[in-house]
Design a protein around this ligand. Sequence first.
Ligand code: AMP
Ligand code: ZN
Length: 113
Amino acid sequence: MSDCIFCRIANKEMPSEIVYEDERVIAFKDINPVAPVHILIIPKKHIPDMTAVTEEDAELIGAVHLAAIKIAREVGVAETGFRLVNNCKEDGGQVVMHLHYHLIGGRKLGIGV
Ligand code: AMP
Ligand code: ZN
């Protein structure tokens, strides 16, 4: 079993509230939401952080982005707007070292979140 919690979620070895899944991407509700909509979108492939993305991941990152748009439509924030956030490494506030994007919305967001 992987010692990465997001790999475990992607492999269904750990429970989560999955809201979207396709071949390469999975998305689930953040356990500590900062807004009415707070979903984490991750590639199933383990990539530690954004700086580890390579040319060969270009399509995968595109798939993550397209998933974000679909999810935004499904949860009803595509019209009102939302934020898609990647925290990268220590200064960026990254805690879980598996590339992920926070889809946050459902309220007016300030300069932080
Ligand atoms: P980051 O600071 O960008 O690394 O964000 C990690 C996010 O993962 C935080 O918002 C946590 O609330 C969230 N999180 C951690 N463990 C879980 C989990 N098991 N299921 C859902 N969300 C999680
Ligand atoms: Zn992982």
